[in-house]
Ligand binder design. Structure first.
Ligand code: SF4
Length: 376
């Protein structure tokens, strides 16, 4: 059986804000509109059972990530039922985390997350002018101020050392990396996760002029220099992973390096789907042909299937440019979604290929310069 290392549970199918770039609502897939707004108690009970069974079947720890939409739309009562059920079903060392836009964070929610050992990551893209270009509410207003209030509650909670795992930001290549970095440092986050914008060869990511252009690579290289020059840097996972991979180590992030990640998604109706970022390719790209549901199927049955095996293999690129690329072990061919093209499917290098090559080359340069300056 192929190992599952992350179960992403969509506990709410709607969102209280309306980010312009969101792959769930703004890139062509409309399935969210047919989903139950929240995971029901029946589906929660089924979820606890299938996850307990999976844990015993694969004898290997997996992470549970609560996602949406906005997962805190579930509300504290239902969240308490869900967390209690899953904690009862799984060994205590299984990591639980919740990815939120932060606006609905309350003391009650934080106390619950503390009780059931569930950490929180908050999505925010940078200072107000950067964040509020895209992270807007349903009335078109910026969300920065409200997100900051949520982060403040998280920072001030008595259990914040455990609860506050970090921030997640989508890169805006038109922003000033100095301003963005300095802003994030003021939030005292344990780490920052940076994401490339969704996009593919048929629908170019925002800010990229062509396949050969390097806007994201240049932005990340400026950030790399700020990062390396900071004696007390904010941990940036994307750069840490890339540096580790250049040095011959392993990454920890899907879409980089050649490690395998087994990710499944459970939707609010209990259906089992693929990694939901695939939604941004075309309507239904994240769905299996086989209609699995945790209400009627066991997860090992999914993990043992040939269709799941094909989805798992999709992590690795098939384009000849990638297979012969000297940087394949570092870049990994990028996320499958970034390889998509309407006429050739996923059989392409990442749309961020030139950016990745630019960044990798600069990381090599900086490492070589550091070795020289240390007389190595
Ligand atoms: S996407 Fe580009 S850099 Fe990455 S492995 Fe493929 S060819 Fe190499």
């Amino acid at each position: 059986m192929l190992a599952i290392d992350t179960v992403l549970v969509k506990v709410a199918s709607r969102c209280n804000i309306n980010c312009r770039y969101c792959y769930v609502y703004s890139m062509g897939d409309t399935r969210w509109a047919t989903m139950p707004k929240h995971i029901s108690d029946t589906t929660t009970t089924a979820l606890a059972k299938v996850l307990g069974d999976l844990s015993r079947a694969q004898q290997r720890r997996f992470a549970v990530v609560f996602h949406g939409g906005e997962p805190l739309l579930l509300g504290p009562k239902k969240l308490a039922i869900l967390l209690a059920a899953l904690r009862r079903a799984l060994p205590s060392d299984y990591p639980f985390s919740l990815q939120t836009n932060g606006i609905l964070i309350t003391e009650e929610i934080l106390d619950l997350c503390s009780e059931y050992r569930t950490s929180l990551g908050v999505s925010i893209d940078g200072p107000p002018d950067v964040n509020d270009r895209y992270r807007i509410d349903h009335a078109g207003k910026g969300t920065h101020e409200k997100i900051l209030k949520g982060i403040e509650k998280l920072q001030n909670h008595r259990d914040s050392d455990f609860l506050y795992t970090g921030l997640l930001a989508v890169i805006d290549p038109e922003s000033d990396p100095y301003k963005v970095y300095n802003f994030f440092k003021t939030l005292n986050a344990p780490s920052l996760e940076l994401l490339y914008r969704d996009g593919n060869h048929s629908q170019f990511p925002y800010g990229k002029a062509s396949f050969q252009s390097t806007e994201y690579g240049q932005w990340l290289t400026v950030l790399l220099d700020i990062y390396l020059a900071d004696p007390k840097p904010l941990r940036i996972r994307l750069l840490d992973d890339m540096i580790k991979l250049v040095l011959g180590g392993y990454g920890t992030k899907e879409g980089m390096g050649t490690s395998n990640y087994g990710i499944i998604v459970i939707d609010t109706d209990g259906s089992v789907t693929k990694n939901d970022t695939l939604k941004s390719a075309f309507n239904g790209a994240d769905r299996f042909t086989q209609q699995w549901s945790i209400l009627t199927h066991a997860l090992p049955e999914v993990a043992n299937s040939s269709e799941f095996s094909r989805y798992y293999t999709l992590q690795h690129p098939t384009a000849s440019a990638c297979l012969s690329c000297p940087e394949l072990s570092i870049c990994g061919g990028g996320m499958p979604i970034h390889r998509w093209r309407e006429d050739s499917g996923y059989h392409n290098p990442s749309v961020y290929c030139a950016d990745q090559l630019f960044l990798i080359e600069n990381i090599r340069d900086r490492i070589a310069a550091l070795l020289v300056s240390h007389g190595a």
